[in-house]
Design a protein. Structure first.
Length: 395
């Protein structure tokens, strides 16, 4: 961390020891010891009053910022209650408030007089966000990511409603049709089941490879789990007792499972694979069957098939289109691709290189798109940008 006051020629630098070094031109003038109990990652000052703000990593793990006088001899400490363990990585001051960014991707404000802490933005920390689900009746979204957290979001208010830390990075999520359970698939092969307030009520682990997709059946009786070991497991579900029992497993599919979609009657499961094959399973028996003409699916999240031909751009390679979701009104499909674009197409989209509307907000590849239950909003997740974006629609 470095901050300089040009009028005096004094420069302050933060050290890993928690000290701050004060320089007069190129000469070390003095050392301010124990500014923080851990590394000082950020310093900030303004020409208006010359006050200095410092922040970094505390040995306690708690988030703390300090406001110093111009000589850094006296300070006022602001502990940020409610932020959890984090590291202050960036600082600024705006209209009597300190603004800080943390290692968890959050942005907070602290009132310099009252010490009141407010949240501006909350997000996932490092790594990619791949798991996304929207609630069957409420305007709520759930996400899970490489930072080993599962989070609930108020879509309309654009605010985080809850968060829980888990042992393994999450890759996928889905809500039970009555909203009583949230299933999350993880990198370590486990499936974690949570109540609406993010209390874990059950855990499944029947594979050692990462779980790519979880999907409850429309009637709520089954949970399908697709993984990188080229298999789909089917579980019977009893939400009242939080009971999950494996009924069958379909092994030896042509490749890892990417997407799962149930028919409206919960009897057919369409399986999309990384090999660009589609397989259909009769449920709950789990044996392969031929596609049924005219069958209606409860969800359409596959990027494959004749209804999605027009969503693939010219010269596209495999995996260019990462995610898709058909609106509940069934006449629009949203996609997310490797170029960071969220696109809207008419559905079905059977003609190559179909016309579309294109929107940008992510700085990296788009990993997930899902419409809310009333199609008023579209939620998208990003890869390396770790962002969750909400788009208002006119559907």
């Amino acid at each position: 961390a470095v901050v300089s006051t040009q009028s005096t020629g004094i420069t302050y630098t933060g050290a890993i020891s928690g000290d701050v070094f004060v320089w007069q031109e190129a000469v070390l003038a003095r050392v301010i010891n124990n500014v923080h109990t851990g590394p000082v990652f950020s310093l900030y000052t303004t020409l208006k009053d010359g006050l200095i703000v410092s922040g970094g990593k505390e040995k306690t793990g708690k988030c703390v910022v300090k406001l110093w006088d111009q000589a850094m001899k006296r300070s006022k400490t602001f502990p940020l209650e409610g932020t959890g363990k984090c590291v202050v990585k960036a600082l600024s001051r705006v209209r009597g408030s300190i603004v800080l960014g943390t290692s968890k991707g959050d942005v907070w404000t602290v009132n310099e007089r009252s010490g009141h802490v407010g949240v501006v933005v909350q997000s996932h920390g490092s790594g990619e966000v791949w798991g996304l689900a929207t609630h069957p009746t409420q305007q709520i979204a759930a996400t899970t990511a490489s930072d080993k957290t599962v989070r609930l979001w108020d879509v309309v208010g654009a605010a985080m409603e809850g968060s829980v830390t888990v042992k393994s990075a999450g890759l996928c999520a889905d809500f039970h049709p009555n909203g009583s359970h949230l299933a999350v698939g993880c990198v370590d092969g486990s499936v974690l089941v949570f109540s609406p307030n993010l209390q874990q009520v059950h855990a499944i682990r029947d594979t050692a490879q990462q779980v790519q997709v979880v999907r409850f059946s429309p009637d709520g009786k089954y949970l399908a789990v697709g993984s990188d070991d080229s298999s789909v497991s089917l579980y019977s579900v009893t939400p009242v007792s939080s009971s999950y029992t494996r009924l069958t497993v379909c092994r030896g599919l042509p490749g890892p499972v990417l997407q799962l979609d149930w028919s409206n009657d919960s009897k057919i499961l369409a399986v999309s694979l990384s090999t660009y094959d589609r397989v259909y399973l009769q449920c709950p028996e789990g044996y392969k069957t031929d596609p049924v003409p005219g069958i209606v699916y409860h969800t359409s999240t596959t990027v494959l098939g004749p209804n999605m031909v027009g969503t693939w751009p010219k010269g596209s390679q495999r995996f260019d289109v990462n995610t898709a979701c058909v609106a509940h009104g069934s006449n629009v499909v949203a996609t997310g691709d490797d170029n960071g674009a969220v696109k809207l197409f008419e559905y079905p989209c059977k003609v190559k290189y179909a016309k579309y509307k294109e929107y940008y907000g992510h700085s990296a590849h788009v990993t997930g798109v899902r419409f809310t239950s009333n199609d008023k909003y579209l939620v998208s997740t990003g890869g390396e940008d770790s962002c969750v974006l909400v788009w208002e629609t006119d559907l």
